[in-house]
Design a protein around this ligand. Structure first.
Ligand SMILES: [Zn+2]
Length: 529
């Protein structure tokens, strides 16, 4: 019907696009690196970031048009599919079923103090949020009071000292410690921790690292902004891949719950400690809350949301032994779709990286290397790195055989601090070797790299903020190529093909190709193996 017809039209258009690149025989032969041209990258970006694809939201038809385009080009380049569809036919699509979950209205909380029980009502008197994972929670136990929940031993304060909260319900209160009326923490830290909104992240992360099952945060009257923010987060469904049958190695990703209650609702709960959550006065000493129990029955309403594929293609290696090791080259193909009636075309983010992967794949197929290379256009990055997480949890080859990831994200615009340059950055595992690999390869490619963020620490934490993170979490070294995650038109409807710096995309595509090829051909990839 309408959608099918639309898709068929596009597939025909994409095939037509291929014709000129399929007939190079009459022309002078060019090497694989030179086969990557600005003109081809321009074609890919103008198609992927056209209004026709409506911003490539992974739950919409526009994303499927982009995915088919990628699959057609991978096939035309001679790459091999790694999956089979429901009829058993080979396919470039790694299909992912996504669910949408939100905290269920039937979720309940009850606190009992010295035999007297109080039920809290969801949304009014308590909020509940699960940061990762999609589990439910049902338990009743004596909670542990963790004081301010501040873990800052370098600054002379640690509420976790001597406390074992693993698997337990812990309760924390807002504020920062004082001694004889003077702040204990240095002034800047004291200012941060005195504001629950500014310090909530740090407090929650400490609790998660200590393995709490549930962190109950008492919210003071000065933190209504935080309460409103968490209310919004609680009411917004979160999208995640449907759990696949077998449990993942290393268990589920952390599934702690965060519960919030307002200060007046915590008075009885904390009465045994001498601390008054309304005034913030009295001793704030961690310890068990004797005579108190908290019962939680937290539900998730989960429904099937949509399916979308990663587009995955294999270029088999030529060496009988090394071909069982894999370099994985990735870029996310999705973007954020349509918002308030405006199409977010995502030319830079990330039609640019996707185009570079398509061209790198075509070039690599001209002269395969010793190791195998897997090219992947990832879905649902914009919904929280979901496509790459799924790929890392469900790899088409044993995860330990993946020896390097090269990821491209946003390679087409000029960032304010290094306008004409690209960044090429290595993950912390094997960082010196990765930087050396980049230097060696770029001596031939000649991309204009800004090296400053490789020399010190990166205040923007680029390497933690795109799809390579999913593979790094499996222990795989990764290289990110980007123009930098900031600057003009970032996540705006004005991220359009005509704003792209095409020579820069060309450099990124050639660098990605040359890095993959060099890594795939080295007898020993890393010296210290
Ligand atoms: Zn992106």
């Amino acid at each position: 019907m309408y959608k099918a017809t639309l898709r068929d039209t596009v597939i025909l258009a994409a095939i037509a696009l291929l014709v000129p690149t399929c007939a190079p025989q009459a022309q002078e032969w060019v090497g694989p690196l030179e086969s990557i041209t600005e003109a081809e990258l321009r074609d890919h970006i103008h198609y992927l970031a056209s209004d026709f694809l409506e911003g490539r939201d992974s739950n919409a038809e526009g994303y499927m048009l982009a995915a088919h385009y990628g699959a057609i080009l991978f096939g035309a380049a001679g790459l091999e599919p790694m999956f089979t569809d429901s009829s058993g036919a080979p396919t470039f699509f790694q299909q992912i079923a996504f669910t949408s979950a939100r905290v269920g209205g039937a979720s309940a909380m009850r606190a009992t103090v010295e035999g007297a029980s109080k039920n809290y009502s969801l949304g009014e008197e308590f909020l509940a949020l699960q940061l990762f994972g999609g589990g439910e929670l049902s338990l009743e136990e004596e909670p542990i009071f963790l004081g301010y929940g501040i873990e800052a031993p370098d600054h002379g304060w640690n509420d976790y000292e001597g406390m074992d909260v693993s698997g337990k319900i812990a309760v924390i209160v807002p504020g920062a410690p004082t001694r004889n009326g003077e702040p204990v923490l240095p002034p800047d830290q004291h200012a941060v921790y005195s504001n629950l909104g500014r310090s909530a992240n740090a407090r929650v992360m400490s609790a998660i690292e200590h393995g709490v099952s549930t962190l109950v945060v008492v919210v003071d009257s000065a933190s209504t902004g935080l309460w409103d923010e968490v209310t919004r987060m609680m009411n917004q469904p979160s999208v995640r891949p449907m759990p696949s049958g077998a449990p993942q190695e290393g268990g589920e990703r952390s599934s702690a719950w965060i519960v919030m209650i307002k200060a007046p609702q915590a008075v009885d709960l904390l009465s045994g400690t001498g601390y008054d959550p309304v005034s913030g006065g009295g001793p704030c000493t961690p310890g068990p809350l004797n005579g108190v129990s908290i019962a939680l029955d937290l539900k998730q309403d989960v429904e099937r949301a949509f399916s979308a594929p990663n587009v995955v293609a294999l270029l088999p290696g030529t060496d009988s032994i090394l071909k069982d090791e894999y370099i994985v080259v990735t870029a996310h193909l999705d973007h954020v779709g349509i918002r308030n009636g405006q199409i977010y075309n995502g030319a830079d983010d990330n039609a640019s990286g996707s185009a570079a992967v398509l061209e790198a794949a075509e070039a690599a197929a001209l002269a395969p290397a010793k190791r195998s290379i897997i090219f992947v256009l990832l879905t649902a990055e914009e919904k929280g790195l979901l496509g790459s997480m799924y790929f890392a949890d469900n790899p088409p080859v044993p995860i330990e055989d993946i020896v390097l990831n090269i990821n491209l994200d946003m390679v087409g615009r000029n960032s304010p601090d290094w306008p004409e340059s690209l960044l090429a950055m290595g993950s912390e595992n094997r960082r010196p070797e990765l930087l050396q690999l980049i230097r060696d390869v770029n001596a031939r490619v000649g991309a204009n790299l800004d090296w400053r963020l490789n020399e010190g620490s990166d205040p923007h934490a680029h390497v933690q903020r795109s799809d390579q993170l999913a593979l790094m979490q499996k222990g795989i070294p990764a290289i990110l190529i980007t123009r930098g995650f900031m600057g003009p038109d970032y996540h705006r409807p004005s991220d359009d093909p005509e704003t792209i710096n095409y020579p820069k995309v060309l450099q990124a595509a050639r660098l990605a190709y040359a890095l993959a090829l060099e890594a795939a051909n080295r007898e020993i990839l890393f010296d210290s193996e």
